[in-house]
Design a binder for this molecule. Sequence first.
Ligand code: DMJ
Length: 567
Amino acid sequence: MAPTVGIYIDQVIFSRWNQLPRLQRVVLVMLGVAALVALTYVVASRGEPSVTPTVSQPNYQHENNLTPPPMLPHPPDDQQEKEKDLKNEENAKKDEGARDGRDQIVPPPGLPQRRSAKQESVVAAMKHAWKGYKTYAWGHDHLKPISRTRNDWLRLGLTLVDALDTLWIMDLKEEFNEAREWVATQLHFNLNQDVNLFETTIRVLGGLLSTYHLTKEQIFLDKAVDLGDRLVAGFSSGSGVPFADVNLYSRRASKPKWGPDSSTSEVTTIQLEFRDLSRVTGNPVYEEKATFVSEHIHKLPKTEGLVPIFINAQTGQWRSHSTITLGARGDSYYEYLLKQWIQTGRTKDYLRDDYNESVSGMEHYLAARTEPSNLLFFGELHGSSKNFVNKMDELTCYLPGTLALGVHYGMPKHHMEIAEQLMYTCTQTWLRQPTNLAPEITYFNTQPTGTSDDFYVKNNDAHYLLRPETIESLWYMYHLTGNRTYQDWGWQMFQGIETYCKVENGYTSIGNVRSIVDPKPKDKMESFFLGETLKYLYLLFMDDQSAFSVDKWVFNSEAHPLPIYAH
Ligand code: DMJ
């Protein structure tokens, strides 16, 4: 701009300013100062350092540094950091106690005196689900609430057994007593039936063991021993890595009907339960077989702690060209590394080290950011070339909870920032849908699309199966931080379930989370809805979080709490 024109404009502005009334000038000056202060704050808070350095990989096409998204749900402040440090110190002391051989087993928690209003709503949902199951599917695996009939898969009364400890925790005495009666008189395992080792272990063996620990009633342990003695046949393979299926009557193990290999998450998500069975019975066999698998997998090659999703039971070797994912068939391998380490009093260092290495691998190979909102998600590496694919399963949303649990037990503090950011993304996959419910799989935009959409859902992936993972993580995040935002998010999700999944005779999974006009009810109530989803909602809204403290209990992959041992 030429100087004379500039001076002329300055004079015009100055004379206009002088013509304004004095009060108006004072107000304008104050507004200007406020805007300057706000601008300085925003610039300062965006200038926070990134969380981790990045390593670029050959097939990895995008930025993967974990810088905070534009708006974190709750940026940590100094006070929170100090509290975390104190907790880490306390944990270190507890660790010393555990190494001294002091047992951390605690008596079953007393039931809460008074439920919060939100807990009452969850209890009402549990009663409604139970009533439908009792009326139309009693003793069968799953309720089909719309056709008012049942579905059988393992033929083990799956919903009933999965729900036992939830009924007990919710203090639903009448329902618990009728369920116990069925277990005592009708639950038999002498069935000529191939069952999936992992599913039967986490849901049935885990459900029986946790109910035994909570109630100390012998019947649940007796049933658990009978089942464990049959399931242990699954480990009879060439390598000690179990087959996918076991026949409960003949006690013969076999590969799955659909392929030659076992799933990695399945063979590595049975250890908490088998170890617990050994500890309560004094019979070491279950634990020895399950621990052998973890030790064997510890020795196999990995991609910075990340593992392929298939392993051969005869050879004990990876199917190396299989996908790497934190979702289906990979997920709980990482979860049980940490949880086994906690269960054994933090004495088995290789589990902790493999866990920490895997989180580094996640940061380097799988972490990515969306356009336009910079949301953190974890993608997958597919096939032999390990090409990055921008998809994340709802199943992966167990991870924020596991990461937070790890930090509570002294893992690197920046894992908590990953947990917070992924928690936010997972929540968005629910709350940005008109139903407030998450699809089974979400694809994320990593390049600008000219829209405001960070992610999209394909037609085949739009279903919601009443899954718990995001709600499970919300509970851990609330339990460990006390931040009520996590309760608020969980409440909104619960409203989605109440509005679109509740039907006259129970709850149903739905086929399309993208439509409030036609959510396409699928007529199936999964057992984990009672075993996990409603349990975690109940715990999330509990005023007194001490009853199920993660210092005393380790929750298995199906939300069944088991005690922590000294070693
Ligand atoms: C549950 O059976 C368990 O949480 C398992 O680890 C993963 N899938 C379902 C729930 O989604």
